[in-house]
Design a protein around this ligand. Structure first.
Ligand code: NCD
Ligand code: ZN
Length: 345
């Protein structure tokens, strides 16, 4: 049986939620990942360093015994974020970035920024402090088609941010288009992107063919296979240090997804590295998995690479149909489907 050993990966974009659900899912990430950038879109959002520290404490308390998982916290930018919030965040050793959600862009983003120019003084402070800006890159304009929102964001907003703040570290999160791949590839080294397992393994046909499949619905929404999914696979497996692992694992209760107005978010923390291994293996690029999963993100954030390792074995298994958690029932990505690689614990 074939085995590969990698430095322990990190997840540079993870939703752990709060309360019982957090307790249900955090152990899954902690088994596979050394660290994770924890998204701040709770209700209410994490807008200040002291809230981030309190949230981190709860995460740590929910971890399995002896886990060395390190949650890297983020702030949620709003129209009311102050320069002092940014200074406090930069002085807090557990806060690693601030997240920009355009208001209304996605799940729990109602407190997000309504006009980017409102937060330019804040972004300037982030540039000064060296605090990375993590961007949900979609415009929120009902005149813009949902499949074009990332491309239009890049064309109309991202370019201006980068020109205005040339030293700012920026991660374009969960990219979904060839446009984003091309933009990030051409940008300077202070601009990088995360790519999810579901955008590598699926496209919009998975969501619509044979019936509407709410468990494939996330934001930014899945795009076409050609050219978008193919461009993402090429970027992730290219060995370019600008692209790294960020699952965007976002658990929601089954009932909230299977609904007349189902919410966005795909849960993948249960099999994150196996899903990426599947995508890399299908592209005949399994040798490029370690850089993407364990090196490039740490290098971008200026953090040491993990010294622990994980081993994957080629030994097909079936992803569970669902997880009956204490608080809710969650359907994982690839439910009931087979994956080729499996982590040896
Ligand atoms: C995320 C969530 O559920 O919190 N949903 C999603 O579709 N990705 C929010 C986000 O990252 O956009
Ligand atoms: Zn997310």
């Amino acid at each position: 049986m074939k085995r590969i050993t990698l430095a322990k990966p990190d997840d540079w974009h993870l939703h752990l939620r709060d309360g019982a659900l957090m307790g249900d899912v955090v152990g899954m990430s902690a088994r596979q990942m050394g660290r994770a950038i924890i998204m701040p879109n709770l209700l209410p959002p994490v807008t200040e360093a002291k809230q981030a520290v309190a949230y981190r404490k709860k995460i740590i308390e929910s971890l399995p015994k002896r886990s060395s998982f390190n949650p890297l916290m983020t702030l949620y930018l709003t129209d009311n974020t102050t320069k002092k919030n940014i200074i406090d965040a930069s002085n807090e050793k557990h806060v690693f970035a601030a997240k920009l959600y355009p208001a209304g862009a996605t799940t729990n983003s109602d407190s997000g920024v309504t006009n980017l120019k409102n937060v330019y003084p804040i972004i300037e402070q982030m540039q000064k402090e060296g605090l990375p800006l993590l961007i949900h890159g979609e415009v929120i304009n009902n005149l813009v088609d949902v499949f074009d929102r990332e491309k239009v964001f890049i064309e109309t907003i991202l370019g201006d941010i980068l020109r205005s703040f040339p030293e700012l570290k920026v991660v374009l999160e969960h990219i979904t288009t060839k446009d984003a791949v091309d933009f990030v590839s051409k940008s300077k080294e202070n601009v990088a992107a995360t790519i999810t397992p579901h955008h590598l393994l699926s496209n919009r046909n998975h969501m619509f063919l044979g019936g509407i499949k709410p468990h494939y619905y996330c934001l930014p929404v899945l795009k076409r296979k050609v050219p978008h999914q193919e461009a993402l696979i090429k970027a992730a497996t290219s060995g370019s240090s600008k692209f790294f692992l960020g699952t965007d694992s976002a658990p929601h209760d089954k009932g909230q997804k299977e609904s007349a107005c189902g919410c966005a978010g795909i849960f993948s923390a249960n099999a994150a590295i196996e899903l990426y291994a599947e995508a890399f293996d299908r592209a005949a690029k399994i040798d490029k998995l370690e850089g993407f999963a364990a090196h490039f993100g740490a290098d971008f954030y200026g953090l040491p690479r993990n010294t622990e390792t994980i081993t994957l074995e080629k030994n097909p298994w079936t992803v569970p149909d669902n997880y009956d958690f204490s608080s809710s029932k969650v359907i994982p990505f690839f439910a009931g489907e087979s994956l080729s690689w499996r982590v040896l614990y």
